[in-house]
Design a protein around this ligand. Structure first.
Ligand code: NZQ
Ligand code: ZN
Length: 390
């Protein structure tokens, strides 16, 4: 069944080899004053920084570099907003992974706000305006290039917030899979795990439909096959292009139009883990996924598992539903392990003595226990999932 929905994504996608040749034309539509944002140097190593600078000779460019993975409100968002105000910035050009783009999205609204930017990010105050964003995404993972969300950490209060506003849809996203050839094995695996989890967060919902299920299972199949190819051969264009396009679509909602909303519980848990221990987002999700699945498996939810078992993994239909579900959970565990993710949070530096505090934090900031959710999680359930993930 496809239930009522509204769908709107105003972002233009420009995809393929060499597409950034159109960057000057695209940026000129917004103005001359550009804030160029990037991370810790990967774009310099791969030659993309020089390429962008040579394409943008006629523009006034101000730079914000050093944006961290799990981007921080202080200093990155605060500094970027200040640079925009001081330099009358017309457009932000984000070049990098999801962290660079998320930080740029937060800057785009904070720069047009006279109060404390964290009031916007934490949802206390609604933004009224933003600076347009153009991006060149260099890591297939978050889908930030095609959604209206950003995730920002505030280390002073151990918080990591997902913040949504239509004002933050990028105006134009350039997607050239060749710029992902240099992504490390670790980030390739974690980025794919992130996108797989985006699909699963939407798949575990009711109502659901044959059409959406088909799209999501096809996405999972391609992600799982192509990440293996990309890990073996980082410059395989076919694999990198499939990963990039699916990651772009996976967080946008287009795969679950008309379906129920799960509440994205695994993301709520992972955001607390990154807030407390600054771990890599996709790795945290991969570790939580099979433990969350085990926790929510019941007669009520088992159909989602059997659908994955038959359509994604091709398991024997004569197995009992619960046997099939168990095999599905193990298959995800084994898959994530096979692409190099250590399947225990302890290996990422997470400490068991913070579990209770994190569970309180999740319930207070990013609730997982609402009745409308597919499988609500109370505090004991969150603690069980986190303990099992250690
Ligand atoms: O900082 P640089 O030097 O650029 O290096 C980055 C960084 O160290 C590197 N990298 C990026 N592109 C590369 C590259 N290295 C070599 N070659 C390239 N082409 O990879 C490292 C990780 O980058 P990062 O941007 O942090 O990774 P990702 O894209 O996975 O973003 C993760 C962040 O996005 C948030 C996560 O919580 C996390 O903070 N999310 C954002 C979402 C959204 N906006 O919709 C949804 C997601 O669920 C997620 O929560
Ligand atoms: Zn994610």
């Amino acid at each position: 069944m496809i239930d009522n929905f509204t769908y709107n994504t105003p972002t233009k996608l420009i995809f393929g080899k060499g597409v950034i040749k159109d960057l000057p034309k695209v940026l000129a539509g917004f103005g001359k004053n550009v804030l160029l944002t990037y991370g810790g140097g990967s774009i310099k190593k791969m030659g993309l920084y020089d390429k962008v600078k040579s394409l943008l000779k006629g523009f006034n460019i101000v730079e914000l570099s050093g944006i961290e993975p799990n981007p921080k409100y202080d200093p990155s968002v605060i500094t970027g907003a200040k640079l925009c105000k001081e330099n009358n910035i017309d457009v932000i050009l984000a070049v990098g992974g999801g962290s660079v783009l998320d930080c740029s999205k937060a800057i785009s609204v904070c720069a047009k706000f006279s109060g404390e930017g964290w009031d916007l990010i934490s949802g206390k105050v609604k933004a009224k305006e933003s600076i347009p964003i153009v991006d060149i995404i260099t890591l297939a993972a978050t889908g930030s290039e095609y959604d209206m969300g950003c995730v920002i950490s505030n280390t002073a209060i151990n918080d990591k917030r997902g913040y949504l506003d239509e004002l933050m849809f990028p105006a134009v996203s350039f997607l050239d899979p060749e710029y992902t050839y240099s992504v490390s094995k670790w980030q390739t695996a974690c980025g794919t795990a992130d996108a797989m989890n985006h699909v699963l967060e939407q798949f575990f919902a009711t109502p659901n439909s044959q059409f959406n299920d088909g799209v999501m299972i096809s996405a999972l199949k391609s992600l799982m096959a192509n990440v293996k190819v990309a890990l073996d051969k980082p410059d395989d264009y076919s694999a990198r292009s499939e990963l990039m396009y699916i990651c772009t679509l996976a967080c946008n909602g287009i795969m679950s139009n008309g379906a129920g909303y799960s509440g994205w519980p695994m993301h709520s848990i992972e955001h607390a883990l990154s807030a407390y221990f600054d771990i890599t987002h996709g790795a945290g999700l991969a570790i939580i996924t099979p433990r969350w699945m085990k926790e929510i498996l019941s007669e009520k939810t088992v159909e989602r598992f059997t659908t994955l078992g038959t359509l994604l993994f091709g398991f024997d239909k004569t197995l009992s539903d619960m046997e099939m579900a168990g095999k599905v959970i193990n298959a995800f565990y084994d898959f994530f392990e096979s692409i190099g993710i250590p399947m225990h949070l302890g290996a990422l530096g997470v400490k068991e003595d913070k579990i209770e505090e994190m569970a309180d934090h999740i319930l207070a900031n990013d609730s997982t226990n609402e009745p409308y959710m597919f499988a609500p999680l109370d505090k004991p359930a969150l603690i069980r999932i986190l303990k099992a993930s250690m």
